[in-house]
Write a protein that binds this ligand. Structure first.
Ligand code: BGC
Length: 550
């Protein structure tokens, strides 16, 4: 594999709206990100992925962009953005912006012009189609609920496509003129010194338009026609000029046949967020216990690595702004403790690929269940609620499911300290702070060398240690103890190093056969490592990263 600067990425994702408010309006801003850059540097991250800060009516918290070349006033100004890029650079950190180009906002000037003249130049930037038999052109369901088509005001039988909310009309990537405009915009941003982009919903760019209805797959008349709008084709040409930039696609279910085109040597992207494990939640009745979920998670991680097979770099992560917090998602309440919380990120942190952490993950931020559906604010949450009710669930059952699965858990404001509103804002936060902040906050963990925060720093430092980094990046991956339930273990090996990563989700620990000779304990969530001549004992929820003899 040809070596690139971005292979060394230890990324930190920021959801700016919930990170740090500096002007008291209750909304996080760019100056807030600048304020905490030193902490991100101290954690050891060298790339920040900033969720969208472009001008937006905020129907989907910035994932609905109305001007790709402007910053939303709630986040600050273009000057703030330039300052952030420069201040980050001083600390050896590059900034990735979130490029949302599957769709724009319905307030974007292109869409406004398209509504005026759906058959003119800007109409071709979007997807307008005639309805059929007095209904939508087909019965695709939007990912956020309801029909994926919305009637064009002033027309009897004309619709536009939106696979997310109706305020997020899909852009027409078949149109070269649209592609050229987006390409120019990307280059303008790159000229400002960005490290690259995270590419939102990129696997949906290409659609396979079919105008025959599919069999309804729910109590509504729609079908979640994923296979018709979840596959990219032809994006490589658009992105080829960005080869030295880091581009990470949000890409659902990459198959073995897609690897070369997507992340191979000449693929469309540097890397992709692979979602194989992110749908799991231990509280889902399908699991019901931590070990069962971990065993499945292990199998999925190794299967994804097998698919890639050294042909490119996956992006390994546990949390993002679309998922509940990892401690609540992976560990049953009885298994949650400081040992298991430290063990959890080690499971995938040393696998081949680049890595990303999400704000608050480093201090172990948790889900924040709501007492009623009114406690939520995200549009799709209400669509899910309506669907569950339509399926016959009671209010309490629907709320329980949403409390388990909601992406809003990861959007509560960052917990900086024990002062009012966790130090996030001097005003009223746009979304309530999790009440556990008086105990669980950055400042408290900073003062405690045994805290999760300090452990995350050590973990990053091991991965970036000069004499080990190449092994973690390019060394062979050898899964270990694959058939032992409750153990997730692997080896990374090259001519310089042999590193064994051992983790267990077992509440009683386990003794394993062991023939390696330990040279150095690189990381341990206990004070002791109980290795003997022929066995090693893993204590409850222990994780070990061991440099062993070649
Ligand atoms: C983002 C979501 C967003 C959606 C629509 C994604 O997958 O991560 O937060 O709502 O795209 O842009």
């Amino acid at each position: 594999m040809e070596k690139k600067w971005w292979h060394k990425t230890v990324g930190y994702q920021i959801y700016p709206k919930s990170f740090q408010d500096t002007n008291g309006d209750g909304i996080g801003d760019l100056k807030g990100v600048i304020r905490h850059l030193d902490k991100i540097e101290k954690l050891g991250a060298n790339v920040i992925w900033l969720c969208p800060v472009f001008a937006s009516p905020m129907v989907d918290n910035g994932y609905d962009i109305s001007d790709y070349m402007d910053i939303d006033p709630s986040f600050g100004t273009m000057e703030d953005m330039k300052e952030l890029i420069a201040e980050a650079k001083k600390r050896g950190i590059r900034i990735l912006m979130d490029l949302v180009v599957n769709h724009s906002s319905d307030r974007h000037a292109w869409f406004q012009a398209a509504l005026q003249d759906p058959f003119g130049k800007y109409g071709k930037y979007y997807v307008f189609r005639e309805g059929k038999d007095g209904k939508e052109p087909n019965n695709w369901r939007s990912i956020f609920g309801g029909s994926a088509w919305e009637k064009v005001p002033g027309y009897d039988n004309l619709y536009y496509l939106h696979i997310f909310t109706k305020e997020q009309p899909d852009l027409n990537w078949e149109n070269p003129e649209l592609r050229e405009e987006i390409y120019e915009m990307i280059l303008k941003w790159m000229d400002l010194g960005l490290g690259g982009f995270r590419l939102d919903a990129i696997s949906h760019l290409k659609k396979n338009y079919q105008y025959t209805n599919l069999p309804p797959d729910g109590p509504d008349e729609y079908n979640m026609a994923f296979e018709y709008f979840n596959n990219v084709d032809g994006l490589a040409d658009i992105l080829c000029e960005m080869k030295d930039a880091l581009t990470i696609g949000e890409y659902d279910h990459m198959g073995p046949e897609d690897v070369e085109d997507v992340i191979g040597e000449n693929g469309s992207f540097s890397s992709v967020f692979d979602f194989c494990h992110t749908l799991d939640n231990v509280r889902n009745p399908k699991w019901g216990n931590t070990v069962a979920l971990f065993d499945d998670y292990r199998d999925q991680l190794f299967a994804a690595q097998k698919i890639v097979d050294g042909r490119g770099m996956l992006c390994n992560f546990l949390e993002n702004h679309d998922k509940p917090r990892s401690i609540d998602r992976f560990l049953m309440p009885e298994d949650q403790n400081l040992y298991s919380e430290k063990m959890l990120p080690v499971t995938n942190f040393f696998l081949p690929g680049i890595v990303f952490l999400y704000q608050g993950q480093e201090i172990g931020m948790r889900d924040d269940p709501k007492q009623s559906i009114q406690g939520f604010v995200d549009k799709p949450t209400f669509a899910i609620y309506d669907r569950l009710i339509a399926e016959g669930k009671t209010d309490a059952e629907a709320l329980e499911q949403i409390n388990c699965e909601s992406r809003e858990h990861s959007r509560t404001p960052m917990q900086w300290d024990a002062s009012a509103e966790a130090g996030f804002t001097t005003g009223t936060p746009w979304f309530p702070v999790n009440k556990n902040y008086t105990e669980l906050n950055y400042e408290a963990e900073e003062k405690d060398p045994d805290s999760l925060l300090w452990f995350y720093r050590k973990m990053v430092a091991v991965r970036r240690r000069e004499d080990l980094e190449e092994t973690f990046l390019y060394g062979t991956l050898i899964p270990e103890y694959e058939t032992v339930s409750g153990v997730l273990a692997y080896r990374r090996k090259d001519e310089k190093n042999n590193v064994l990563i051992l983790t267990t989700s077992l509440a009683d620990g386990i003794t394993l056969p062991f023939t390696d000779t330990i040279e150095e304990v690189l990381l341990n969530n206990y004070d002791t490592c109980e290795a003997g001549e022929e066995t090693i004992r893993l204590q409850p929820y222990q994780c070990l990263v061991l440099k062993v003899k070649e």
